[in-house]
Design a protein around this ligand. Structure first.
Ligand SMILES: [Zn+2]
Ligand SMILES: [Zn+2]
Length: 179
């Protein structure tokens, strides 16, 4: 890892210095971080912090590698998704005057120690971007709904590959009628 490659943990950035700078001042960070609900989502990319008139604007171009379950074979599945963050954070304590300000409901805030914490927003972005169905690979053949045979390793005695869940009932009925 080179010297210029900056990483930070916990996604917490001290922005005290940036808040003292004029509008338009900025910082850039490279992220390589575990985030998300289970802290098992690898997030990489770049974020920039820009001083605005009222706070700090975050721009992030990130890639999250989501770990999930294949909806066909129940094996583990991984998927890379793009996350574009764009949020403005507002200080709860004015660094110049020392005056506290009351944030509006729903505002993202910088705490009174001038720490801007990205982790909660990033967690939300990850939830929003996570697909409801994931596949271990695009052509995953799935498993037999009767015996659990993985079709990627060959057919089982049932041989019937339900195309989708609508057929599963029919396959089940057919099987029962043979008993
Ligand atoms: Zn699969
Ligand atoms: Zn089977």
């Amino acid at each position: 890892m080179s010297q210029s490659y900056r990483t930070f943990t916990a996604m917490q950035i001290n922005v005290a210095q940036l808040l003292k700078e004029p509008v338009g001042a900025n910082r850039h960070y490279t992220i390589d971080e575990l985030a998300g609900d289970n802290e098992d989502t690898q997030v990489t990319g770049d974020i920039s912090l820009i001083r605005t008139g009222s706070g700090i604007l975050i721009n992030g171009k990130l890639i999250a590698e989501i770990n999930g379950t294949c909806s066909r074979c129940l094996g583990s599945a991984r998927q890379k998704i793009n996350i574009n963050m764009e949020d403005e954070y507002f200080p709860t304590l004015d660094i110049g005057s020392g005056v506290y300000s009351k944030p509006e409901p729903g505002d993202l805030t910088i705490d009174e120690n001038h720490i801007l914490d990205l982790s909660e927003a990033l967690r939300q972005y990850i939830i929003m971007a996570t697909p409801t169905k994931m596949l271990c690979k695009a052509d995953c053949p799935g498993i037999c709904s009767v015996c659990g045979q993985e079709f990627s390793k060959g057919d089982c005695q049932h041989k019937t590959r339900p195309v989708d869940s609508r057929w599963e009932k029919l396959v089940q009925l057919e099987k029962e009628s043979k008993i």
